[in-house]
Ligand binder design. Structure first.
Ligand code: FES
Length: 81
């Protein structure tokens, strides 16, 4: 299993729509953060599917180290520079 790369040290605010599925980039290599663009191939990591139950603003983890993926849990504040 490969370590994810840090896409950014902070979350991405996204307005999700009830009933829609989202595929959060786990590897950090996607060019369409915070979502998967297929760049994980060969990394040993795969995206995480998120099904939105409600229409709301969510904060998707950009550092890829959250303990509550796909959302930010503040772990990015503990990452070394
Ligand atoms: S951006 Fe990853 S925990 Fe906040």
């Amino acid at each position: 299993m490969t370590e994810p790369v840090i896409a950014q040290k902070g979350p991405y605010a996204v307005d999700v729509v009830a009933g829609q599925d989202y595929f959060w980039c786990r590897c950090g290599r996607s060019q369409q953060q915070p979502f998967c663009d297929g760049s994980h191939k060969g990394s040993g990591l795969a995206p995480l599917k998120y099904h939105a139950e409600r229409t709301e603003t969510l904060y998707f983890c950009g550092c890829k180290h959250s303990h509550s993926p796909p959302c930010c849990d503040g772990t990015h504040k503990q990452l070394a520079d």
